[in-house]
Design a protein around this ligand. Structure first.
Ligand SMILES: [Fe+2]
Length: 153
C-alpha cells in the first residue's frame, strides 16, 4: 500500500478511536438509574482503552511522516443504555473492519502487520463484549443437569 493511502487510513482509525473515547466518556456522564452502578465505570474504562488506541495510532502516523488528525468521527448520543451500547458496537465494528483490512494490506511490512493485527484483536474483544451485553450470542445449553459419572475402580 502506498504511504499516503496508508496514512489516510490510519487517520480514519484515529478518528474512530477519538469518537469512541468521547462517546464512551459522555455515556459515563449520562448513564443513570441502577445501571449506573455498573456502567459508569465500564464506560470510563472503555474510553480510556480507546484513548490508548488513539495514542498508539498517532505515534505511528508521525513515524511514517504523517500528521495525526484531530477530528473525531461521528459521535452519537442518547440517554438510553441499550442504544448507547448499540452505538458503541457499530463504531467498534467499523474499527475492527479497518484494522483487519490494514493488516491484510501489510503483506511486506511485518511490524505494521503485527500492529494492525493486534489492534484488530483488541477491537474484536470489544465487539464480542458489547454483543454479549446486548445478548446477541444465543447459547443453547445441551443438558440442564450434568452428573459426575462414578469411576469404576
Ligand atoms: Fe479502539
Amino acid at each position: 500500500m502506498e504511504r499516503d493511502a496508508l496514512i489516510r487510513q490510519m487517520n480514519q482509525g484515529l478518528s474512530l478511536e477519538y469518537a469512541l473515547m468521547i462517546q464512551y466518556l459522555q455515556q459515563s456522564y449520562l448513564v443513570q438509574g441502577l445501571s449506573r452502578a455498573v456502567y459508569h465505570d465500564f464506560f470510563i474504562r472503555e474510553s480510556e482503552g480507546n484513548r490508548k488506541h488513539a495514542q498508539q495510532l498517532g505515534e505511528r502516523i508521525v513515524a511514517l511522516g504523517g500528521t495525526p488528525t484531530v477530528e473525531p468521527a461521528t459521535i452519537r448520543q442518547t440517554t438510553d443504555l441499550a442504544e448507547m451500547l448499540q452505538h458503541d458496537l457499530e463504531v467498534e465494528r467499523e474499527a475492527l473492519r479497518l484494522y483487519t483490512e490494514l493488516a491484510n494490506a501489510m503483506a511486506d511490512n511485518v511490524p505494521l502487520r503485527l500492529f494492525f493485527e493486534e489492534m484488530a484483536f483488541k477491537e474484536q474483544d470489544d465487539v464480542w463484549e458489547l454483543e454479549k451485553l446486548l445478548e446477541q450470542h444465543k447459547v443453547a445449553i445441551p443438558q440442564k443437569e450434568i452428573r459426575m459419572q462414578r469411576i469404576a475402580s
